[in-house]
Design a protein around this ligand. Structure first.
Ligand code: SF4
Ligand code: SF4
Ligand code: FES
Length: 401
């Protein structure tokens, strides 16, 4: 069988979304058939269409090797880097064999496939103070940082600012003011850096902002969209854990209280007791929470939604009064997970971006070999609390955006 690079040129049809806001015309679809080797990129296909058929096609690109983040578009509805998407793969994923190309979402279109990154993406990046606020006094020579500490932030450093996660963020679609996945991942890059002096201030700011870390709905869209494995949602969860567990920030959005109520209800009952969640999130994490004035106020304002849920059978009066029951053995198993996690002296953070290797064969429980980093409160000094190890760390990419 011929290697992918040896295959002769083939024809590919590109269906492109065209729009020029200055023209006053509505957006429309435009089709061009180009001819290229199948392993070539969608970007090369678009550039060929522009050269051969229509010089007015708008596309932004620069490095053509998945480094600069300029060529973010949607290919068959999925956010992608045009230069990092092969034509044959794109054709295989197309509904009718025609590769559908659109601009990214959640950002205004400037022209055709070019979106206004300044208006959304860069504005949000600026919002999170994207630079190190160094501890004083700064050392006269290099600031030597423990290797383990940097492992913790390597994943967020790999962002190339392409905006693919922003394009697909569901929370941003509903609330355009949400700080968003890319900016929050960037924020973790500094919150997790032991040289930064403003970790509490950064976290407090992001926790208290109604459009901050607690506005994310855990939809995983940014995780799937990211071409660099940054896992923005994972970074947001790290920010939350650091804000609540390490800095004990009680926020005005009830994020910390909601999290505490959620975990307590599952620990006590094995399953979520939905009817208790809201009053506890607002009134305090106990059965008496519902009698606190903030809980009463919130219950009152949620009455239409509660009534609708009752009418639709999503909630039953008994279900509201009593928690769901699971077999005792199952409940014990759930509680055993809590006991195990809570008995750990340090929190483990999974960092799937890092493939750590110990020189000696790793024992099954070795968190470093499993791509796990330790996180004590505040990320001060060595995250593992141990001496720096001679653990070679491989990263797929080490590009700081
Ligand atoms: S997980 Fe959160 S940040 Fe990521 S796309 Fe979904 S809502 Fe947005
Ligand atoms: S987090 Fe990933 S998808 Fe989002 S801007 Fe950075 S590289 Fe692009
Ligand atoms: S052109 Fe640079 S990432 Fe595609």
């Amino acid at each position: 069988m011929a290697e992918a690079h040896d295959r002769p040129p083939e024809q590919f049809t590109l269906r492109m979304r065209r729009y020029d806001p200055e023209s006053g015309e509505a957006p429309y679809w435009d089709e061009h058939t180009i001819e290229l080797e199948p392993h070539r990129s969608v970007l090369e296909g678009i550039l060929q269409a522009r050269d051969r058929f229509d010089g007015s096609i708008g596309i932004r690109c620069s490095c053509r090797q998945a480094i600069c983040g300029s060529c973010g578009i949607r290919v068959n509805g999925e956010p992608s880097l045009a230069c990092h998407t092969h034509l044959d793969a794109a054709k295989a994923g197309a509904k009718d064999g025609v590769i559908e190309i659109e601009p990214m979402g959640n950002m205004p279109v400037l022209k055709d496939l070019i979106v206004d990154m300044d208006a959304v993406h860069w504005k949000k990046i600026q919002r999170v103070t994207p630079w190190l606020l160094a501890k004083q006094p700064v050392p006269e020579r290099e600031y030597i940082v423990d290797k383990d500490a940097m492992v913790d932030v390597t994943q967020s450093m790999a962002c190339i600012q392409c905006g693919a996660c922003v394009s697909d963020c569901l929370a941003m679609e509903v609330d355009p003011g949400f700080i968003g996945p890319a900016a929050l991942a960037k924020s973790y890059r500094f919150v997790g850096d032991p040289r930064d002096d403003q970790q509490f201030e950064r976290l407090n700011d992001l926790a208290q902002d109604p459009q901050g870390i607690f506005d994310c709905t855990h939809c995983f869209k940014c995780v799937d969209a990211c071409p660099k494995g940054v896992n923005p949602m994972g970074q947001i969860m790290r920010l939350r854990r650091s804000a609540t567990n390490d800095h004990h920030i009680v926020d005005q959005n009830n994020g910390e209280r909601h999290e505490a109520a959620f975990t307590t209800l599952i620990k006590d009952n094995g399953l979520l007791w939905e009817a208790e969640l809201l009053p506890r999130s607002y009134g305090g994490n106990s059965w008496f929470g519902k009698f606190a004035p903030p809980a009463g106020k919130e219950l009152l304002s949620s009455l239409p939604a509660i009534l609708k849920a009752l009418v639709r059978g999503k909630v039953t009066p008994m279900g509201a009064l009593k928690p769901h029951k699971i077999p005792k053995a199952d409940l014990k198993s759930v509680q055993a997970i809590y006991d195990k996690i809570e008995s750990r002296e340090e929190r483990y953070e999974l960092n799937l971006y890092i493939a750590g290797e110990d020189e000696a064969p790793a024992s099954p429980g070795d968190p470093v070999a499993a791509g796990v980093t330790h996180e004590p409160g505040g990320h001060e000094g060595s995250p593992s609390g141990s001496e720096p190890q001679d653990t070679p760390v491989e990263t797929r990419e080490q590009t700081e955006g």
